[in-house]
Design a protein around this ligand. Structure first.
Ligand code: HEC
Ligand code: HEC
Ligand code: HEC
Length: 430
């Protein structure tokens, strides 16, 4: 050592100083190393926690889990008019899940709809909406998914009908209908509005259901204009029209109440919407759900009150008789819960009088409610919801048509009549 010092013409004194400096910096370096590690841990766990929250907002678990199955291990069958999609395993398992993926692979899936091997994914995975999610949020979701225990579970492949199983078709579809891009805030709007828009258009993927789709399953627009859900006999109403589920004349608090508890004095969430609230929306932070409500309200805010649609029925003698039959069925089967005045019991049985879901021009949902019965979502705000029994086995198609026609025209309600053919058509798929 000393010889080394001499060789480089450094005095003993200088050498000692140098040695000391080295030791100090080494010590300093190792301290900062340690503190880096200490500092990195909480950051990472905050990111994982944030990712868990965002995965809730996106309801990833809802699709990537079978009934009673392991969370995120996939295997859920989604039947559509194009065939059956089977969701993949997205746990951190290295062989059957996405344990070997890196951040970039995950970003490519969420943002571009491509798997890690470059294969184009089918839009049954709503990347057409998730593409709006920021890179930072995507990274957090990935960190969360990688943090949950690996589950080894191989799932069967998709079973897609010809010609939709042909690769080039998906490529053309993507060129025509897929617009890649992170959400861009509208500077003329408030932060809360933009937050709501970001969540509704992106992770919340509301437009995956609340839209009309063309023959190739592509959404016709992104204005939440409503439509029948693909592969399900449910109608997701327009959120941008007063005639359906626009909420321009609702107070923000009531929209928040509907989205988090599933029931308010004038509406109740049923079927697939009850599931969305139960699995996802009820867990949103006050700030995020407020933003959503502000954004949803803004669609119809300036339309100035409820503008009734084509809801006129000219009362004739035979029509009155028809509705009277429906009224008798109502009295017998429905009145105990929904009341003779159709006002229900607040927070327990929904009002049918002045209920926009009952009067919607598509009678599909009220018919489905009567046939299947159902429960509002189980939420912290409504932990033990009261249910409605199914009437499929009790009432014939004609009777369902009569009672639904009745509730659409009683207590000041006005809407089109329902026929036994409508009822028959709404049976079948969920
Ligand atoms: C509406 C149902 C649905 C929801 C909600 C959903 N997914 Fe999927 N996801 C699918 C389907 C179906 C596929 C397979 C598509 C295919 O095979 O082309 C898929 C594929 C994927 C893939 C690609 C896996 C691979 O091996 O290539 C990833 C990653 C993924 N989803 C992550 C997520 C995340 C993260 C969320 C929540 C933010 C989410 N998914 C929400 C249905 C869904
Ligand atoms: C899986 C499909 C699906 C998704 C995703 C979905 N909805 Fe719905 N939504 C429905 C259906 C079906 C209805 C009609 C049944 C009902 O009224 O509850 C509905 C009804 C509604 C209603 C009216 C409820 C009423 O009774 O007046 C609102 C408001 C609503 N959805 C908001 C949203 C928002 C916001 C999102 C995204 C965060 C969303 N929905 C995502 C299927 C969906
Ligand atoms: C035991 C009480 C009970 C009886 C009897 C009952 N309902 Fe219901 N009804 C409910 C509950 C609870 C809900 C909310 C269910 C949900 O969210 O899925 C509901 C929901 C509905 C809805 C959907 C309202 C909306 O806003 O989406 C309609 C329509 C309806 N009932 C009509 C009827 C008719 C018609 C009958 C008789 C044939 C009937 N109900 C009998 C309790 C009842």
């Amino acid at each position: 050592m000393r010889r080394l010092a001499i060789k480089y013409h450094i005095s003993h004194y200088q050498f000692d100083v140098l040695l000391l400096a080295c030791m100090v910096s080494l010590l300093f370096f190792s301290i900062t190393q340690v503190s880096d590690v200490v500092a990195e841990e909480p950051d990472r766990s905050i990111e994982v926690q944030h990712g868990a929250y965002l995965a809730r907002v996106g309801n990833c678990m809802g699709c990537h889990t079978t009934k009673g199955g392991q969370p995120f291990a996939g295997g859920r069958r989604l039947s559509t008019s194009f065939g059956i999609f089977v969701t993949p395993n997205i746990t951190s398992d290295k062989e059957t899940g996405i344990g070997l993926w890196n951040q970039q692979d995950f970003w490519q899936a969420l943002h571009q709809g491509k798997s890690s091997d470059g294969r184009s994914l089918y839009p049954a995975f709503p990347y057409t909406e998730y593409t709006k999610v920021t890179r930072q949020d995507a990274n957090a979701i990935f960190a969360y998914l990688q943090s949950i225990p690996p589950i080894s579970q191989s799932n069967p492949p998709n079973d897609i009908f010809f010609p939709y199983n042909l690769k080039p078709l998906l490529a053309i579809w993507r060129i025509l209908y897929f617009k890649e891009g992170v959400y861009e805030p509208d500077q003329s709007r408030s932060d809360a509005w933009n937050r709501g828009a970001y969540l509704v258009q992106g992770l919340g993927h509301c437009n995956a259901c609340h839209t009309t789709r063309n023959m190739l399953g592509a959404s016709q627009d992104d204005t939440l204009a409503g439509g029948q859900i693909m592969g399900m006999n449910w109608y997701a109403p327009s959120l941008s029209s007063y005639q359906e589920a626009g909420s321009g004349d609702w107070a923000i608090e009531e929209i928040v109440e509907l989205l988090t508890t599933g029931i308010t004095k004038r509406a109740v969430a049923s079927g697939p919407m009850a599931t969305v609230i139960k699995q996802s929306l009820q867990y949103l932070s006050q700030e995020d759900i407020n933003g959503m409500a502000i954004y949803l309200k803004s669609f119809t805010e300036n339309e100035g009150g409820n503008t009734p649609g084509v809801r006129f029925l000219v009362m004739s003698g035979s029509l009155q008789k028809h509705l009277d039959f429906g009224g008798q069925l109502y009295e017998k089967h429905c009145q105990t819960c929904h009341g003779s005045d159709g006002k229900g019991v607040p927070g327990i049985y929904p009002a049918l009088a002045d209920n926009r879901s009952v009067m919607m021009s598509s009678p599909l949902n009220p018919i489905r409610s009567v046939l299947n019965g159902g429960y509002p979502p189980t939420t912290a705000g409504n932990p033990r919801p009261y249910g409605m029994p199914p009437f499929q086995q009790i009432l014939r198609n004609e009777e369902v048509a009569l009672v639904v026609s009745y509730i659409r025209n009683a207590w000041g309600n006005r809407s089109s009549l329902v026929t036994a053919v409508d009822v028959d058509r709404s049976k079948g798929r969920n």
